[in-house]
Every structure is written in structure tokens, then in C-alpha cells.
Design a protein around this ligand. Structure first.
Ligand code: LMR
Length: 403
């Protein structure tokens, strides 16, 4: 059997991560995979997480299975953080949350649920979208189609194009994959009015949102980042939401995530949640527990929650500060390019519009690692590398034809 296997191309981002790790160049700069790094270039463990881990170490009495759908305390924490403690959805009986191995696990379980129950639904994906969205749906057997989102001509949000496409081509029951905030890879988010207009269109056309919420708290704030999501969740009868705690709790390798579903009635929610059980059981049987326990503990302890909120604000503020510094430092090189996108886009990523040749040159000659679509992960910039980075970017871009 193995002799017949042709090695697949694999995920470009993960390949970039490996290539960066293997590069011996001491000046190398990692703007590739989306992880938050502090100024020393380390992906830190938050102090609130360390305290929670210590407490767990002292108080945990068993490592027995949690059950396929996970821990109800974690699920309640997820719902409060995501939908707001005073949301009518929390007590409606229509909202259910299961614990998953990361946000990707939630996306895959949702994709499997769609495939099993709405095999004719088309999944609409923004152009561009996270590199793994299409493959997850493809491997679940779902059909995906693109909707316009980013206008490469001027780097703006193509909201009219998005609306026209969904209005014209999407059919009732289709699923629209949206990014709650900090759109990956473009850093361009929908504004409040966009969310309202889109919600009205989705209600009129009976479309189901599947919202990927991987960066809550990294854009404008924990609540501000999900204002649009909350509006949509309260207005529509059926919603799927995948959340990740990799970024905002720094729990990347603990694989901590959740799938929340909102159904039209409590009975529908009960049936849909029951349908998730066998999907989970035949995929990974039970979710990992450690990260979810940390999140639940921090969220339910007022002191730890406050500490975490401050750490989250620290990460957010550093990203915003870096965006400004990167823009100013690049502008000082006066190469006649517009870098205002750096401060208008939000969250971990910026979409640079650098050409494949620029990206290749930056990597091959200067050990500057940028995703092949031109996305940069802002927290890879720090005090030590910003001068070198901007100098090399300016040199490479100046060698391009004027745009
Ligand atoms: C990213 O987009 O870089 C992150 O979400 C990490 C990943 O798994 O791709």
C-alpha cells in the first residue's frame, strides 16, 4: 500500500514554519505562521495560564475521560465569552457548545455535521480565506465556492461584491463561512453596518453562518471583536461558531477550542448536539482536556480573569503599536509605496500585496519568512529585527517596477 502513495503537496504555511526552524541564519525573521510572539521572539506562556496550571496540578484528582462533548463548565465559559453573559441566547435552550481539539477541530466537526445532514449545501468561502478552510471542507466531502471579499486593486474590502455574490448565487440552506474578527489572512474586518446588512441578507435568503472566531480580543477588545457575531447570532435561527483559544490564551499546542451551535428551537438544538456525538466518537473519541480546564478556571476566577484580560490587552496593544512602527519605519525609506494598510488592517495579520518574486527574494536572500500569499504575521516584528526587516523590504520593493 505505501509504495502506491504519492506524497501530497502539503500545507504551505506549515512548510514555511519548518523551513524557518531549519534556517541557521541568525538574522532570520519569522512573519509566517500566526503565533503571538513577544519582543524577545518567544511565544510566551501567559502568567494567568501558568497560575491556572499550577492550581490544576495541585487540585486535579483524575485523568479519566471527559466524554465526547467535553466539560460543561468549559462550555458555559465559552458561551459567556463569545455571546456575552447577558445574552438571551444563553438561557434560551437553543445554544449548545462542545469542547473540541482547537478551532480546527471545531471546524472539521461542523463540516462533518453539514455533510451528514445537508449534503447539498454549498459552503461559501471568502476570497481569500485561511489556508485550511477549503481543505477541511473538501476532506469532509463538502462543496465549496468562493465569494469576493478583498479587492486586490486597492486593498479594500469588497463588501458590495460579497453581497452581490451571496444574493445572486447562494441558495437557501447554504453555509457562509465568516471570520468573526481579525480576518485571516487580510486583516480586513466587516464593520457594524456590514454585519447588519449581511445578517438581513442571510435571513432573507435562509443562509446559515459558520463563523470562525480564532482571534477574539486581538482586534479591538474581547467584546468589541464579536459585536457583529453577537448581532448575527441573536438574529438568525441557525448558526455555527468555531472558537479557538490558541491565540487569546496562548494555548496553541494544547488544542483548545469549541463548537457552538444555535438552533431554531431547543428540541432542534438537542437533536443537533446528539448528532455531534457520533461524529466526535469516530474522529477522536474525546477532546483533550488540559487547555479547556485552564480556560474554564481562568474565566470563572475573577482575579485570574482580570489578570488574563490585562495580558490579552497587552498582546493587542503590542500588535497595534507594531503596526504603527512598521508603517513609520517603512515610510522613512521613502520608496513611494503606500503602507497605510498596516494601520488600517486589524489583528495578527496584514496582507501586504507583495509579489511572489518579492516574497521569494526576501526569503532566499534575507531569511525573511512571509506566507506565499503576502500575509505577514505582525508579532514576528520586534525591536531587534525591525530595522533590518524594513531595510530589506524597502530594498526589494524599490527594485520592483512602480505600482
Ligand atoms: C495561521 O493562519 O497561521 C494560524 O492559524 C496557524 C495555522 O494553523 O495555520
Amino acid at each position: 500500500m505505501f509504495s502506491e502513495i504519492k506524497a501530497p503537496e502539503g500545507d504551505r504555511l506549515l512548510a514555511l514554519m519548518q523551513a524557518f526552524r531549519a534556517d541557521p541564519n541568525p538574522r532570520k525573521v519569522d512573519l509566517g505562521v500566526g503565533v503571538y510572539m513577544d519582543d524577545s521572539g518567544t511565544v510566551p506562556i501567559l502568567s494567568s495560564v501558568k497560575i491556572a496550571e499550577q492550581r490544576l496540578l495541585e487540585t486535579e484528582t483524575t485523568k479519566t475521560y471527559v466524554g465526547p462533548l467535553g466539560d460543561p463548565t468549559f462550555a458555559a465559559a465559552v458561551q459567556e465569552m463569545l455571546l456575552g453573559a447577558s445574552s438571551p441566547l444563553l438561557s434560551s435552550g437553543r445554544t449548545r457548545t462542545i469542547q473540541t481539539p482547537g478551532g480546527s477541530g471545531a471546524l472539521r466537526i461542523a463540516a462533518d455535521l453539514i455533510h451528514a445532514n445537508a449534503p447539498d449545501a454549498t459552503i461559501w468561502l471568502s476570497t481569500p480565506t485561511w489556508i485550511n478552510h477549503g481543505p477541511i471542507h473538501a476532506s469532509a466531502g463538502n462543496r465549496a465556492r468562493p465569494y469576493p471579499y478583498f479587492n486586490p486593486a486597492d486593498g479594500s474590502l469588497d463588501f458590495d461584491g460579497m453581497m452581490a455574490c451571496l444574493d445572486g448565487d447562494a441558495r437557501p440552506g447554504d453555509v457562509v463561512l465568516l471570520h468573526a474578527c481579525c480576518h485571516n489572512p487580510t486583516g480586513l474586518d466587516l464593520g457594524d453596518d456590514h454585519w447588519r446588512e449581511l445578517t438581513a441578507l442571510m435571513a432573507r435568503k435562509a443562509l446559515i453562518p459558520m463563523i470562525d472566531c480564532a482571534y477574539q480580543g486581538f482586534g479591538a477588545g474581547l467584546d468589541a471583536d464579536v459585536a457583529g457575531l453577537r448581532h448575527m447570532a441573536e438574529a438568525l435561527p441557525e448558526v455555527l461558531i468555531a472558537t479557538s483559544y490558541s491565540k487569546n490564551f496562548g494555548l496553541y499546542r494544547e488544542r483548545t477550542g469549541a463548537l457552538t451551535l444555535i438552533a431554531k428551537t431547543p428540541d432542534h438544538a438537542t437533536a443537533a448536539t446528539a448528532a455531534l456525538g457520533p461524529i466526535v466518537r469516530t474522529s477522536y473519541s474525546m477532546p483533550p482536556s488540559h487547555g479547556a480546564q485552564i480556560v474554564a478556571l481562568i474565566w470563572t476566577d475573577p482575579t485570574l480573569r482580570q489578570q488574563w484580560l490585562e495580558e490579552l490587552a497587552g498582546m493587542r496593544d503590542r500588535i497595534v503599536g507594531l503596526r504603527h512602527r512598521l508603517r513609520t519605519t517603512l515610510e522613512q525609506h521613502q520608496i513611494g509605496r503606500d503602507f497605510s494598510f498596516l494601520t488600517s488592517q486589524r489583528g495578527m495579520f496584514s496582507y501586504t500585496g507583495f509579489t511572489p518574486d518579492d516574497i521569494q527574494t526576501l526569503r532566499a536572500r534575507h531569511a525573511i519568512y512571509i506566507a506565499s500569499d503576502g500575509r505577514i504575521s505582525i508579532p514576528g516584528v520586534n525591536d531587534r529585527n525591525i530595522g533590518y526587516l524594513c531595510e530589506q523590504i524597502a530594498a526589494v520593493l524599490s527594485a520592483d517596477k512602480p505600482r
